[in-house]
Design a protein around this ligand. Structure first.
Ligand SMILES: Cc1cc2nc3c(=O)[nH]c(=O)nc-3n(C[C@H](O)[C@H](O)[C@H](O)COP(=O)(O)OP(=O)(O)OC[C@H]3O[C@@H](n4cnc5c(N)ncnc54)[C@H](O)[C@@H]3O)c2cc1C
Length: 416
């Protein structure tokens, strides 16, 4: 069924009784050409591009829980392509271009809203660094603007400009950044992949790999053995656990990241704002809630709930930046497991095991990468060569020294 305004009107007149399922609920087949483990944004996007762009249709996505139950449905929905390094910027700009056409591509309303992202500047040194980043963005056609304090004040007058410790001196702005309705991304990709023949199998946990003579033959699951020509792993926060079942150890640590939403308020925040002197970022949802977050909890865990010290830290950042937030009541908070890599950049690569491919290490920023990650992983699975925008995301980069340390922080997951 194609979704359209005419269809909405027609179904409305019939009491909304004619809508079909958005995707099937098939039983797993004995084998597939390609099996993707993980029904998050990246796994589903991979299935969509693999089937639609590369014509590989004998594909299954195996999800241990339900579609959208992982980080794709837990994030703060921010998209942007404001990176500095050559290994990253073309990839994230490719992702931004895919976001810009996503709803037409999927025939699904993902509420892509390019309301802009503003990274605040608090010191002269930070202005220099952001000017450099802005120039790198312009070189790749991502667009950027450097605002002074008066220009920022005009757009967001409610910020605490004259805070004695963190005065606001300007901002780097990407007008094409913004937010996207996160779970709609999962549902839109799932629906489209299903329409192109992909089997989406929920409640199916992968428990092991069958590997013989250095080649993967299939996987063991809670719903039985499934043979596979190729296996792509895209399980985000569970990357180390799943790849350990294939005998691999990754340069990844898992940490919990929390997010918060306030009660619904009248429109106050025009786009996304990030604090430059602490870890705090905020936007406003279409329902009016202020959606915000901060740092990871800072200890290794696979639990999807965080602790109070980070709640306090995020609240401090929020109040320092925009004191009015102190009047808003918190409605909900939750956590998701982040696969933090040691240089803050991801992996989209083949492994040393024939037929086994890995996609992960997305840290805080994997939601905005979803379209390009899916496209590049599909390209790798279909052609056995890396996509042009993802050649740097190799698993051996720590051995070769070709790290992509966007912030120059070294191997400190919480600082990326
Ligand atoms: C609170 C929070 C805020 C964030 N904010 C942003 C943001 O604003 N912008 C941004 O760009 N990024 C953000 N992120 C990061 C982003 O959400 C993630 O990097 C990205 O969603 C990870 O990819 P995914 O969607 O494929 O992950 P997931 O949705 O987590 O998908 C992985 C799936 O694999 C499944 N799985 C795991 N193990 C198995 C197994 N053994 N068998 C079968 N299935 C398995 C899981 O159940 C899960 O559904 C945020 C994350 C969190 C938690």
């Amino acid at each position: 069924m194609r979704y359209s305004a005419a269809r909405l009107l027609w179904e409305g007149l019939k009491g909304h009784k004619g809508w079909g399922r958005a995707w099937r609920d098939p039983e797993p087949k004995p084998s597939y050409d390609v099996v993707i483990i993980g029904g998050g944004g990246h796994g589903l996007a991979t299935a969509h591009y693999l089937s639609k762009v590369y014509g590989v249709r004998d594909v299954a996505v195996l999800e241990k829980g339900w579609i959208g139950g992982g980080n794709v449905g837990r994030n703060t929905t921010i998209i942007r392509s404001n990176y500095l390094l050559d290994g990253n910027e073309p990839f994230y700009e490719f992702s931004m271009k895919l976001w810009e056409n996503l709803e037409q591509d999927l025939n699904y309303n993902a509420m892509v809203s390019q309301r802009g992202i503003m990274n605040l500047i608090h010191t002269d040194a930070q202005r220099d660094a952001f000017r450099r980043r802005g120039n790198a963005m312009r070189l790749y056609g991502a667009g950027s603007e450097l605002l002074d304090a008066d220009q920022v004040r005009k757009e967001v007058p409610f910020l605490n400009f004259d805070n004695a410790r963190f005065p606001i001196k300007g901002a780097l702005v990407q007008r094409r950044g913004g937010t996207v309705r996160h779970d709609a991304v999962a549902w839109g990709y799932a629906r489209s992949a299903d329409q192109h023949g992909v089997d989406i199998i929920q409640n199916c946990e992968v428990t092991g790999f069958r590997i013989e003579n250095g080649k993967v033959l299939g996987i063991e699951t809670t719903r039985g053995y499934i043979g596979a020509g190729k296996v792509g792993v895209a399980v985000a926060g569970n990357s180390s656990r799943v790849m350990a079942k294939a005998g691999m150890r990754l340069p990844i640590e898992s940490h919990v990241l929390q997010a918060f939403v306030s009660e619904g308020l009248k429109p106050v925040i025009p786009g996304v704002i990030t604090f430059g002197a602490g870890h705090f970022y905020v936007s406003q949802s279409d329902k009016g809630g202020l959606v915000f977050g901060g740092d990871i909890d800072g200890y290794n865990t696979y639990a999807q709930r965080g602790n109070m010290p980070v709640v306090e830290d995020v609240a401090e950042g929020g109040v320092a930046l925009m004191p009015i937030i102190g009047r808003a009541r918190l409605l909900r908070m939750w956590g998701g497991i982040m696969d933090m890599s040691m240089d803050g950049s991801p992996f989209i690569d083949k492994t040393h095991i024939d037929g086994l491919y890995f996609n992960g290490g997305w840290c805080y920023g994997g939601f905005k990468a979803t379209p390009a990650s899916g496209y590049a992983f599909a390209h790798l699975l279909a052609t056995d060569t890396p996509h042009d925008t993802a050649t740097a995301y190799r698993l051996d980069r720590f051995r070769s020294g070709a790290m992509i340390d966007e912030k120059g922080m070294g191997a400190q997951p919480n600082l990326h």
